[in-house]
Design a protein around this ligand. Structure first.
Ligand SMILES: [Zn+2]
Length: 271
């Protein structure tokens, strides 16, 4: 998954198609840092990991990378103003100056509104990476201004058996009992829905939700490698799957703070 994201950005870099603003959803600070190296490393088509720029970016100490993060629990407008000043200056070394927003779900309202102006008119040669664990709590205007990249979650989770997912979708009650198992279930649901949407979007009958068969490109894009998940989702349209995915990601983001029944019922409401 991480490699696929880097492949994608390498392709954008090679064809000069990089956008200025991206929203990374999930747990992905290491991969985002690698993307900064990839965009700017001069010694390698991807990144070398050994040059001065790669080294400083990895340490979080590059003068052309500006970090915005919650302080202590919200992102304040003062920090956005500092970022805007940083972007108005000439770059020291990098082709693209980088603004790295961690914990974007913690923007204060004035900070979010000020930041929106930067997203609307980013200075030339700017790369803005907005990272958020979930899309919940982000201003819709911020979401719509960024290209969206879905990242894998850090927590090591294994996919649940297809039968468990199938029973859930059929409305059968399943007790997970512990948070790890619940998270594994939610992750599997998210991954399966994402695979379904990617397949539906890329197939000729866009939106039909039908899996094209025998296409290795499609298989490469998949998070789950178990063919049985195809059967489960064939009856969902792309729109319905998108709606379910949004809710499943929202619930995944709050799974630590709600009980199992509530988490599952929130998703059931969207079935
Ligand atoms: Zn390098």
């Amino acid at each position: 998954m991480r490699d696929k994201i880097l492949d994608y950005f390498e392709l954008l870099k090679r064809n000069d198609l990089l956008g200025s603003s991206y929203l990374f959803i999930g747990d992905g600070y290491p991969v985002v840092t690698d993307i900064f190296k990839l965009i700017n490393c001069k010694d390698h088509p991807r990144f070398c990991g050994a040059c001065w720029d790669c080294g400083r970016i990895a340490e979080g100490k590059h003068p052309d990378v500006f970090l915005i993060e919650p302080d202590p629990s919200t992102i304040k407008i003062e920090r956005i103003r500092e970022a805007q000043y940083f972007l108005s200056l000439k770059s020291f070394r990098l082709k693209k100056k980088v603004v790295f927003v961690k914990g974007a779900e913690s923007f204060s309202e004035p900070a979010a509104n000020a930041f929106l102006k930067t997203l609307e008119e980013p200075p030339k040669n700017t790369f803005i990476a907005v990272c958020s664990r979930t899309v919940d709590g982000l201003l819709p205007t911020i979401i719509s201004r960024c290209r969206k990249i879905f990242l894998p979650f850090n927590e090591k989770v294994d996919a649940v058996e297809p039968g468990v997912l199938y029973d859930f979708l059929e409305g059968k009650i399943h007790k997970f009992g512990d948070r790890r198992k619940l998270n594994a279930f939610l992750w599997t649901l998210i991954a399966a829905l994402r695979d379904h949407i990617v397949a539906g979007t890329n197939s000729h009958g866009a939106g039909s939700g039908e899996w094209p068969s025998g296409d290795s490109q499609q298989a490469n894009n998949r998070l789950l490698n178990n063919g049985e998940y195809e059967i489960i989702f064939t009856r969902y349209s792309a729109e319905k799957a998108q709606e379910l995915l949004t809710e499943a990601m929202r619930v995944y983001g709050i799974a630590d703070t709600v009980n199992e029944n509530l988490a599952l019922n929130l998703i059931r409401l969207k079935l």
